[in-house]
Design a protein around this ligand. Structure first.
Ligand code: SAH
Length: 372
């Protein structure tokens, strides 16, 4: 066969594998499984990207890796720094697609907010990512690559100590790749983060929540946002498929697995929609059997948003009711708002395959012509 026409075999990106995957890969090459931990250390702890510098591997293995494997990370397209020190990176994923990753420095920790999908297949009405539609799931390499790129940019003085899967996308709809990436985050031969410092946030994909409880021990955050199904059906439409009763049963199943575990419930504060004292009281009742922490999120606005944020006084009053009932309740401080890096503001660039952007535009055009 003419070698010019022979298809070029794509290189295997080693960032796609957790320890188990790498062990299987090396055993498949006739190598010992411990090559996996050696290579993990080189990649994630020594920051070595040149296979030739991985000196505890045999020469022939290094040659093979050079020939057939890569350590490909997403490329940075834009890097921004907010006045409060928050940093945001727009990362190039594939033709025309871009996702965003945010680093939030605090006194005692540094949290990276990681994306799991290009866009989002869900249609939460108060979220900017949702307005962009959906393109595809990120690969494991693209998820773990966000930590890799961010840590490199941060240098040695600022460490990523916590990860929250709260960027673009619904992580539990990209289960395999997200869980594989989280295993790398928690592996002592890679980032070595404790399970309490790796949090997955879900809008409530109930079957995947049960699976997560079975397969991967990480902290769970649930985007609740409403105490009644009729309202949650509108704010978080996946509720029509998995209503509150089923969601709370999955939460209870998760906390059962470990006695000290609590679920963090996220509750976005929307003026006149879900912020009354009755809502607060109903919330206490709803969660009385689930060990929980409550995180109130002031609504972050975006263009064409149909909601407004509750006033500071209303949020404080809401918090006080929950607090007085004994519920640990925090108000999430908005970070990086001068670079649109806050919750629900991540947009990147999504080549929408779901046609949602088109439908939203048509709905806006229709409402303009009714008003005209
Ligand atoms: N899909 C996952 C992770 C996404 S975002 C989930 O739904 O949990 C992380 C958090 O930001 C979620 O609680 C989400 O509901 C919230 N959020 C989305 N848009 C927001 C906005 N405009 N203002 C404040 N919080 C928002």
């Amino acid at each position: 066969m003419n070698s010019v026409l022979a298809p070029v075999k794509p290189k295997v990106n080693l960032l796609d594998f957790d320890r188990k995957g790498l062990e299987a890969f090396f055993v498949g090459l006739g190598e010992k499984p411990f090559r996996a931990t050696q290579v993990l250390k080189w990649i994630y702890q020594e920051d070595v990207t040149d296979f030739d510098l991985m000196t505890n591997l045999s020469k022939s293995l290094r040659a093979y890796l050079n020939e057939s494997c890569s350590l490909a990370t997403p490329a940075i397209e834009v890097e921004q720094k907010a006045s409060d020190g928050t940093r945001k990176w727009a990362l190039k994923m594939s033709c025309g697609n871009q996702v965003e990753t945010v680093f939030i420095p605090e006194e005692s920790r540094g949290t990276l907010c990681v994306s799991s999908q290009v866009g989002c297949a869900l249609a939460c009405t108060f979220c900017s990512t949702a307005q962009q539609g959906f393109n595809r799931n990120l690969t494991t390499a693209e998820i773990i690559g966000q930590l890799y790129v961010a840590q490199r940019q941060l240098g040695k003085t600022q460490r990523i100590t916590n990860v929250v899967m709260m960027g673009m996308g619904e992580p539990l709809l990209n289960f395999e790749n997200v869980v594989t990436a989280m295993r790398i985050m928690m592996d002592d031969f890679a980032y070595g983060l404790s399970k309490r410092r790796v949090t997955i946030s879900t809008s409530g994909v109930v079957p995947a929540m049960y699976r997560l409880t079975e397969e991967c021990d990480v902290s769970l955050a649930v985007s609740l946002h409403a105490v009644r199904d009729e309202l949650r059906d509108v704010l978080v439409p996946i509720n029509k498929k998995y209503p509150l009763k089923e969601l709370l049963a999955a939460c209870q199943d998760n906390v059962k697995s470990s006695p000290r575990r609590r679920i963090t419930f996220e509750y976005v504060m929307l003026a006149g929609i879900n912020d009354s004292l009755d809502d607060a009281r109903a919330l206490i009742k709803l969660l009385k059997d689930v060990p929980s922490k409550m995180n109130l999120i002031p609504f972050n606005p975006f263009p064409n948003a149909a909601y407004q944020c509750s006033s500071a006084a209303v949020i404080d009053r809401f918090r006080a009711v929950l607090h007085n009932s004994g519920m640990v309740t925090t108000i999430r401080r908005t970070r990086g708002d001068d670079i649109d890096a806050a919750c629900g503001q991540l947009v990147g660039q999504v080549q929408d395959k779901s046609k949602r952007t088109l439908k939203l535009q048509q709905a806006r055009d229709a409402s303009v012509s009714i008003r005209a």
